[in-house]
Design a protein around this ligand. Structure first.
Ligand code: TXA
Ligand code: MG
Length: 320
C-alpha cells in the first residue's frame, strides 16, 4: 500500500467506514484516525504508531452537543471550557460513558475528548456516524507531524490516505485538562496557554510530570524527540562554544545569533511572536533533523504564556 496525499473528504469517509485508518488534519497536529467503536481499527492505530496499549487515545467529535454521548459526567468547569474553546485545542478528560471501549481509554474510567478546529476534519466528522480516535500521526516518541508530507514520510506504506489540510495553524498538541471532582487539573501543556484556561475557570492545579504512572503519557519525559542529539540552552552563544568542529544546527526564537560556526539556522518568529513560533516549531525540528547534523542547539523560550508550552516540548525533545 502506498500513501496518497489528497483533499478528497469522501474518500476518507469511505476508508473510515471500512474500518481502515486515515491521517487527518487538525489545527494542532495531524492525527491518525479510526472509528472509536471498531476494535480492529483501534488496534491498528496502536500497531501503526508502535504505541503501548496503556497510553489512551483522544476521541474527536464535531460538536460540544455530542459530549454527553461520550462523557457520563460533565463538571461545570468542563462546560465552561468547552464553551470557551471548542472547536479548538483543548482536550477534556471526563468520566466515560459505559459504551466507550476500554481500548480507547486504556481501561481507565475516564475518556479524553475534543472538538478539533479544522474545516475539513469537522466536515468529515459530520459525515460519519461515529467519532474518531486520533493520536498524533507519528511513530511513538518522535516529532509530531504538522504537514501532510510529514505524515507521508513517516508512513509511506502503512496508510492509504492522508487528508491534506495544509500546515497546522497552532502547531503543537492540545492542552489537556482533567478533573478531580469539580477541581480542574492540567495534564498537558499545549496550544492553549495556562493563562487562557485560567481566564475562564480560575486557578488550575498542574499535575507533577515526574510521576511514575502519569495520567497523560504526553507528560512522559522523552517524547516529541528528534533523532539528532538536541540541547536546550539558555545562552546559545555559550553553548556554541562548547561544540568546536561539530556540524551544528540552531533553533532560535528570533534571529539572535550570527555566529559563523552555525551550519543551519531555524528562526521560529522574526518578530518574536510566541504563537507564530509555536506554529513553526515542529516543522523546523523536522527540517533540522533531516540534515545529518551532529547537534541541534535549541534556545530556551521566555517562561510565560505559550513560551511555557514551547519549553515543555523542547525539554522533552532534549531529554536523553
Ligand atoms: O492535539 C492533539 O491533542 C492531537 C490531535 C490529533 O488531536 N492528538 C494528540 O493525541 O496529541 P496523542 O495520543 O498524541 O496524545 C493524547 C494524550 C496522551 O498523552 C494520553 O495519555 C492523554 O492524551 N489521554 C488520553 N486519554 C486520557 C485519559 N483518560 N486520562 C488521562 N490522559 C489521557
Ligand atoms: Mg503524540
Amino acid at each position: 500500500m502506498m500513501i496518497e496525499i489528497s483533499t478528497d473528504i469522501n474518500k476518507a469517509k469511505k476508508i473510515l467506514e471500512n474500518n481502515e485508518l486515515v491521517a487527518i488534519p487538525t489545527e494542532t497536529v495531524y492525527g491518525l484516525a479510526g472509528n472509536i467503536y471498531n476494535e480492529k481499527a483501534i488496534k491498528k492505530i496502536f500497531e501503526t504508531k508502535n504505541r503501548p496499549f496503556f497510553n489512551p487515545l483522544i476521541v474527536h467529535i464535531y460538536s460540544k452537543d455530542l459530549l454527553h454521548t461520550i462523557a457520563a459526567e460533565i463538571p461545570v468547569k468542563a462546560q465552561k471550557l468547552a464553551k470557551a474553546f471548542w472547536p479548538g485545542s483543548l482536550t477534556l478528560v471526563l468520566k466515560k460513558k459505559n459504551n466507550i471501549p476500554d481500548l480507547i481509554t486504556a481501561g481507565k474510567d475516564s475518556v479524553a475528548v475534543r472538538v478539533p478546529n479544522h474545516p475539513m476534519t469537522l466536515a468529515l466528522l459530520q459525515s460519519l456516524d461515529f467519532p474518531l480516535a486520533a493520536p498524533s500521526a507519528n511513530p511513538f516518541g518522535s516529532i509530531s507531524p504538522t504537514t501532510a508530507q510529514h505524515v507521508a514520510d513517516y508512513f509511506p506504506n502503512d496508510l492509504s490516505l492522508v487528508l491534506d489540510g495544509g500546515s497546522c495553524k497552532n502547531g503543537i498538541e492540545s492542552t489537556i485538562v482533567g478533573f478531580e471532582g469539580e477541581e480542574a487539573i492540567l495534564y498537558r501543556l499545549g496550544s492553549i496557554s495556562i493563562e487562557e484556561v485560567e481566564n475562564v475557570i480560575g486557578k488550575i492545579k498542574i499535575k507533577n510530570n515526574e510521576e511514575k504512572s502519569p495520567n497523560a503519557p504526553g507528560m512522559l519525559s522523552r517524547h516529541y524527540a528528534p533523532k539528532t542529539k538536541t540541547i536546550l540552552a539558555e545562552n546559545v552563544e555559550k553553548e556554541l562554544d562548547l561544540h568546536p568542529n561539530k556540524k551544528i544546527g540552531v533553533l532560535l526564537f528570533q534571529d539572535s545569533s550570527h555566529n559563523p560556526i552555525i551550519l543551519s539556522k531555524e528562526i521560529l518568529s522574526e518578530k518574536g511572536n510566541l504563537k507564530e513560533a509555536m506554529s513553526n516549531l515542529y516543522a523546523a525540528m523536522h527540517r533540522l533533523d533531516k540534515q545529518n547534523l551532529d547537534v541541534i542547539i535549541a534556545e530556551k523560550f521566555p517562561e510565560n504564556n505559550l513560551g511555557k508550552s514551547i519549553n515543555d516540548r523542547l525539554e522533552r525533545a532534549t531529554k536523553n
